[in-house]
Ligand binder design. Structure first.
Ligand code: SDX
Length: 431
């Protein structure tokens, strides 16, 4: 912990309290309030955790004002253009970029864990065909706890390692199976001769009736989308995974909890909601109507894919995603995609509107991703499962980090109680 000799003084009812200030490698100082309740008998109050650091971490750093994102010190721009997803997985898990030999060993390990237990295929049969693939993923990933008993003991470092590899390897298989099940097509097994992104595309779009060649353009775009979603500090779903893990729950249960949280439209579900919004807008001339709704306090409508708790500048992932959208759509021959035109015009209009400028609302990672995914052939219902697939390595890396922290305690927030004081029970005939 970055102790300093600085303190913050708090005066309550005339009594002074000195609270230690801890300084990070990058970012704001933090006031250590761990002893506050014991010393002063008061809680701090921060619904939504807008000013609260829930842990320390060495994995991902975000500067919201500058719009910067780094994984283990490497910028997302560098990783998206020079690295690839499995290398980013290694970096997030182990803290350093791998040597060629380390990368080959890691890639072989992941490749050889991509199949799921054959018995798990029957889980899918229990769902309606029109189930949202996220519902299927929550169920099937949670059910991994019922199959992989040799990697559920979180106190065993080797079991933690095996669980990490199994989850990173099997998530594409499960996501692809959820998709195939939803369209009534047979499951396609993973192939060890394809790389991670190509394998996922093959499992989604191949059919037994004919050979399917993965377009390298799609595979590269898919890999970049995976990288852009890999980890993002203490976001809602990562915090959910950390809180679940703090009770000692097994890794599969913790990741299922993260998938459930990510599903919400305020979080990872925004990529699906954003594309549906762009379709509802339909044409550039209807943009002002939706901008007005987004600004109307009495209208719950929000511009999906806009705004962020941390970024008060452009989300650097949105910038890379926008460049990728131009590139992929042109290569796929759909550069005149009307949704892309609406998205670009919406961004331009919103970023010149005083409401969005004042509230520092910029496009986030979910604003352009859906346009690329739809152009690649995915239905909107698969957008958030792809986000979940990508973020699994982030959840797992943060999960591992927390389990390795000797200071780890079960997460147990308190409350500001505004309910009834103690009162006598009233018999029903006297109410
Ligand atoms: C992700 O945390 C992460 O890192 C998440 C993520 C990751 O990688 O894990 O980056 C992924 O979840 C990205 C965000 C995807 N969500 C959306 O695109 C949904 C639309 N955006 C919002 O609902 C909202 O911006 C949030 C949820 C993202 C952030 O909400 P905050 O930080 O709680 O901000 P807020 O709701 O308090 O909004 C501040 C103000 C409000 O106005 P006032 O009450 O101050 O007058 O800005 C307004 C909001 O009404 N506002 C919007 C808006 N987002 C915020 N107004 C219109 N459209 C929007 N999109």
């Amino acid at each position: 912990m970055a102790d300093t000799n600085k303190t913050a003084k708090l005066t309550i009812d005339g009594k002074d309290y000195e609270l230690p200030i801890l300084s990070p490698t990058s970012g704001p100082d933090v006031i250590d309030i761990r002893k506050l309740y014991a010393q002063a008998g008061v809680f701090t109050y921060d619904p939504g955790f807008t000013s609260t650091a829930a842990c320390d971490s060495t994995i991902t750093y975000i500067d919201g004002d500058k719009g910067e994102l780094q994984h283990r010190g490497y910028s997302i721009e560098d990783l998206a253009s020079k690295s690839h997803y499995l290398e980013v997985c290694y970096l997030l898990l182990y803290g350093e970029l791998p040597t060629r030999a380390e990368m080959e060993k890691f890639e072989t390990t992941i490749t050889r864990h991509t199949m799921i237990h054959e018995q798990m295929h029957y889980f899918f049969r229990g769902f309606r065909r029109d189930s949202h693939p996220m519902a299927t993923m929550v169920g099937v990933v949670g059910a991994m706890s019922a199959f992989y008993h040799d990697s559920t003991d979180v106190s065993d470092e080797r079991q933690r390692e095996v669980a990490s590899h199994r989850l990173i390897a099997k998530m594409p298989t499960i996501a692809a199976m959820a998709y195939k099940y939803s369209i009534g097509q047979p499951f396609v097994y993973p192939r060890n001769d394809l790389d991670y992104a190509a394998n996922f595309i093959h499992m989604c779009f191949a059919v037994p009736a004919e050979e399917y060649k993965v377009d390298p353009i799609l595979a590269r775009a898919m890999d970049r989308i995976f990288t852009l979603h890999a980890d993002h500090e203490q976001n809602a779903s990562t915090s959910t995974v950390r809180l679940a893990s703090s009770s000692g729950a097994n890794p599969f249960a913790c990741i299922a909890a993260g998938i459930a949280c990510l599903w919400g439209p305020a979080h990872g579900g925004a990529n699906q909601a954003c594309l549906e919004m762009l379709k509802e807008i339909g044409t550039v001339d209807r943009i002002p109507e939706f901008i007005a709704r987004a600004k109307d306090k009495n209208d719950p409508f929000r511009l999906m894919g806009f705004g962020h708790r941390v970024y008060k500048n452009m989300d650097p992932r949105a910038i890379v995603m926008k460049e990728s959208a131009d590139e992929v759509l042109e290569l796929l021959g759909v550069e005149n995609n009307p949704l892309l035109q609406v998205a670009k015009e919406l961004e331009k209009i919103a970023l010149s509107d005083p409401y969005f400028i004042e509230k520092k609302l910029f496009p986030n990672v979910d604003f352009y991703s859906g346009i690329i995914l739809e152009a690649m052939g995915f239905p909107t219902s698969m957008f958030t499962p792809i986000f979940a697939l990508s973020r699994t390595v982030g959840w797992i890396s943060q999960w591992k980090e927390q389990l390795g922290d000797p200071q780890m305690k079960i997460g147990r927030p308190r409350q500001l109680f505004l309910g009834e004081k103690l009162r006598e029970y009233v018999p029903v005939d006297e109410r």
